[in-house]
Design a protein around this ligand. Structure first.
Ligand SMILES: Nc1ncnc2c1ncn2[C@@H]1O[C@H](COP(=O)(O)OP(=O)(O)O)[C@@H](O)[C@H]1O
Ligand SMILES: [Mg+2]
Length: 436
């Protein structure tokens, strides 16, 4: 089978690496991929994975290319092409493609849609309302005494949310979005949620539109600096499993969210086939969904796929075919930790083209897999090509060992301006799970 993966980040490298292990794949491309994806080899034939230089949101280009190369199965990584309707376009053209269609992708592309959907279907979430009128929005902020999360409706590269603790800053956030148009169209409609407190966990579930399969827990680290300081980023590191929920609690929380979600989708004619990823806050009053994503998390994928024992191609095909009910997910009991190495300046603008040293040495360490994100090949050398550069991932029998190995690997890698957090999974190691 010939497979095309769309995207270029750490998530897509992890998807590519895992799919390449499927013995059924005879040829594989990644568009546009990175310096890491093209190093992967198919376990069946030993042939290399090929990068195709087309951007993930170049729908006409990808469609033309696919008509020539005829991939049998297409896997979409990032949110943007999904929101643009890539799945609808490719299905109409007769291709088998994994990911939610445009209507289903609205769970991520419109926070107002998602919020109202949760309210319609009794999914536990924050007290919230959506607005286009600034005066009404400010009034709601006052009702919440300024304890708000003010959110642009549309995709905003992880920068469209402002969490506030007083009315003046809540008003400023409203004005920024609704009056000054800081996020353009994405922010001409906003959602305001009450500010919640608690630990955040990422849930992931594959779904074929009629059933879902929940993943184990993981936790991301969104802020740039240790101790959750500094601005938000796309994610600076993850680990799995997270000790804050027992398996029993996880399936209870998963069901409290995903059972009504799936029923709601059916009732509203939303055919979601892909990965649904609710962002959840564990509050003293119980779990609350703060948002939905409609694709794999990055860097959650890196820790999940290094623990997944199934053939990923089987699972993704089952989502598309509506046969996911025939599959059980199997997870390694090992723990996995991913530490992101980012460029200087990230999450602001960062330089590109810095040579990366030490990749080969890191790859030789036991249990270590270095996933590339913003990398490129320049004159035969691997160089930086974006904000998040690498996801250094290690798997081991315990979380402590996995963490030590990941940091051992990070220490062998260097590029000009490299920054990373020193405390990925540190809170988990201090946490003592209540004995069930
Ligand atoms: N209701 C809320 N209360 C407190 N913090 C929130 C709330 N909603 C979002 N946040 C914080 O803002 C971050 C980003 O919000 P989120 O809704 O996940 O949007 P996005 O991932 O699209 O930027 C969250 O990870 C969380 O830390
Ligand atoms: Mg989020």
């Amino acid at each position: 089978m010939k497979v095309l993966v769309i995207g270029s980040g750490g998530r897509e490298h992890a998807l590519t690496w895992k799919l390449a292990q499927s013995p059924r794949i005879t040829r594989m491309w990644v568009a546009p991929g990175n310096a890491g994806t093209r190093e992967e080899r198919l376990s069946g034939s030993g042939d290399p994975v090929e990068n195709v230089s087309l951007a993930a949101d170049d729908l006409p280009g990808l469609l033309d290319w696919s008509r020539i190369h005829q991939p049998d199965f297409i896997v979409v990584g990032p949110d943007n092409p999904l929101a643009l309707g890539i799945v609808d376009r490719f299905r109409e053209a007769g291709f088998r493609i994994w990911g939610p269609n445009q209507k289903a992708a609205r769970f991520e592309s419109s926070k107002a849609f998602s919020q109202e959907f949760m309210q319609r279907h009794g999914i536990p979430t924050a007290r919230a309302a959506s607005f286009t009128d600034p005066a009404q929005a400010r009034r709601f902020c006052d009702e919440l005494q300024g304890q708000c999360a003010v959110k642009a409706d549309g995709l905003a590269l992880g920068k469209g949310v402002v969490v506030t603790s007083d009315p003046a800053s809540a008003h400023r956030a409203v004005d920024e979005m609704l009056v000054r148009g800081a996020f353009g169209n994405a922010g001409s409609h906003i959602v305001i949620q009450e500010r919640l407190h608690g630990r955040e966990v990422s849930l992931h579930a594959l779904t074929d539109g009629s059933c879902y399969r929940l993943f184990p827990t993981s936790q991301d680290h969104k802020r740039i600096q240790d101790g959750d300081q500094g601005p938000n980023t796309g994610g600076m590191g993850t680990y799995s499993p997270a000790p804050f929920l027992s398996d029993e609690e996880l399936s209870r929380v998963g069901a409290a969210i995903l059972d009504p979600w799936l029923r709601g989708c059916r009732a509203e004619g939303i055919d979601f086939r892909g990965l649904i990823y609710p962002g959840v806050m564990l509050t003293v009053d119980g779990p609350r969904v703060i948002e939905f994503n409609a694709r794999f998390g990055d860097p959650e994928t890196q820790v999940y796929l290094t623990r997944l024992e199934n053939d990923l191609l089987d699972l993704l095909e089952a989502c598309v075919e509506g046969t996911l009910g025939q599959h059980a997910l199997r997870w390694s009991p090992n723990a996995s930790v991913c530490v992101v190495a980012a460029s200087a300046g990230y999450p602001g603008t960062s330089p590109k083209g810095k040579p990366i040293e030490g990749l080969a040495g890191a790859a030789r360490l036991p249990g270590v897999k270095v996933f590339h994100a913003g990398t490129a090949l320049q004159d035969g050398r691997v160089v930086t090509n974006g904000g998040r550069v690498l996801g250094v991932t290690a798997t081991a029998g315990t979380l402590a060992e996995a963490r030590d190995r990941a940091y051992e690997a990070v220490a062998t890698i260097a590029f000009d301006g490299m920054q990373y957090r020193r405390d990925i999974a540190a809170q988990a190691l201090q946490h003592h799970a209540p004995t069930a």
